[in-house]
Design a protein around this ligand. Structure first.
Ligand SMILES: NC(=O)c1ccc[n+]([C@@H]2O[C@H](COP(=O)([O-])OP(=O)(O)OC[C@H]3O[C@@H](n4cnc5c(N)ncnc54)[C@H](OP(=O)(O)O)[C@@H]3O)[C@@H](O)[C@H]2O)c1
Length: 257
C-alpha cells in the first residue's frame, strides 16, 4: 500500500512514525509532499520507505491512499489545484472542514472521503482515532496506529472532535495544580514529579477498568465525606462543571458552523 501525505507537518510526522512502527510497515511505502522541507527530509532520512514528492500533484498521482493533512486555512487553495485520481482513497485529517467543502474543492464525490481525527499518540501506535464514515481500509490503518473508533453519523464525529479538544485543558489543570503547589513553596521539580505519576496512574487505571463508568470511578476514588469528594463538590458548585460544558458547547457550535 502506498500512502501519500499532503502537508508534512506535526500530525503527518506522528502518523508516519506510527505507521513505520506498526504491523503495516512491512507492506507500506510513503510519499510526502515537500512542505515542510525540514520535516519531509527528516522523515526521508529516517525511513527508507519514505520518499519526498516533487509536488502535491505528484504525491496524489503516486499513492493508493491520500492523506490530506494541511491546515484548513490553505485547504481550499491546495485542493482546487489538485487532481485526485479516481481510484485513490482519500483521508482528511483537516480539522473543522466538512465532507461537502472537501468534495467541492477537490472536485470528488463526498463518498470517497473519510474524515479522521488522529491524535499525537499515533506516533507510538497508542492513539485513538475517530473516523467517519466507517471504512474497512481506513479502520485498518488507524487500528495499526492505536485504535480506530468508527462514527455512525457526522454528529457523532463532531462530538468526538469536541472531546478531543480537551487535551489542552487536561494539561491546563495540571499546570494550575503545579502552580498552586509552587505558590505554597514547593520546588517545581517536586510538584511535577508528584503530579506526573499520579495522573499517569489515573489514566492507566481508567484505561484498564471495565464495567464501571466515569461517575462510578469518581465515587470509587472519593471517600464519603473525604477530601476527593470535597474538591469535586467545590469545583462543581463553584461553576467548574458549568464552565467545562459551556466550553464543549462553544466548540461544537464552531465545528458545526
Ligand atoms: N497536530 C495535531 O495533533 C492534529 C491532530 C488532528 C488533526 N490535525 C489537523 O491536521 C492538519 C495539519 O495539522 P498539523 O498540526 O500537522 O499542522 P502543521 O504542523 O502546521 O502542518 C501543516 C503542514 O502543511 C504544510 N503546507 C502549508 N501550505 C501547504 C501547501 N500549499 N501545500 C502542501 N503543504 C503545505 C506546512 O508547511 P510549512 O511549514 O512550510 O508552512 C506544514 O508542513 C490541520 O488541519 C489540523 O487541524 C492536527
Amino acid at each position: 500500500m502506498i500512502y501519500g501525505f499532503i502537508g508534512t507537518g506535526t500530525i503527518t510526522e506522528a502518523m508516519i512514525h506510527g505507521l513505520m512502527a506498526s504491523a503495516l510497515s512491512a507492506c507500506s511505502s510513503v510519499i510526502v509532499s515537500p512542505r515542510n522541507e525540514l520535516v519531509s527530509s527528516r522523515l526521508c532520512a529516517q525511513y527508507q520507505q519514505v520518499t519526498v514528492g516533487r509536488s502535491n500533484q505528484q504525491v496524489a498521482d503516486s499513492c493508493d491512499i491520500l492523506v490530506l493533512a494541511i491546515r484548513w486555512q490553505v485547504a481550499e487553495e491546495v485542493l482546487r489545484d489538485l487532481v485526485i485520481p479516481a481510484n485513490t482513497r482519500i483521508i482528511s485529517v483537516i480539522a473543522a472542514t466538512d465532507h461537502q467543502a472537501l468534495g467541492r474543492w477537490a472536485d470528488v464525490p463526498v463518498e470517497r472521503i473519510v474524515r479522521a481525527i488522529p491524535l499525537p499518540f499515533v506516533a507510538q501506535c497508542e492513539g485513538v482515532t475517530a473516523i467517519y464514515p466507517r471504512d474497512p481500509v481506513v479502520s485498518e490503518f488507524f487500528d495499526a496506529l492505536g485504535t480506530a473508533v468508527c462514527c455512525d453519523s457526522k454528529a457523532e464525529f463532531d462530538q468526538l472532535a469536541v472531546a478531543s479538544a480537551l487535551m489542552g485543558t487536561y494539561f491546563g489543570i495540571l499546570d494550575q495544580v503545579a502552580s498552586w503547589l509552587q505558590a505554597k513553596g514547593m520546588p517545581k521539580a517536586k510538584a511535577q514529579g508528584y503530579l506526573k505519576p499520579l495522573f499517569a496512574s489515573l489514566g492507566n487505571f481508567t484505561h484498564e477498568s471495565e464495567g464501571v463508568d466515569f461517575a462510578g470511578l469518581r465515587s470509587d476514588f472519593s471517600t464519603k465525606g473525604g477530601l476527593n469528594e470535597q474538591v469535586f463538590l467545590d469545583f462543581d458548585n463553584g461553576g467548574g462543571s458549568r464552565a467545562l460544558l459551556a466550553a464543549l458547547d462553544n466548540v461544537l457550535i464552531k465545528i458545526q458552523d
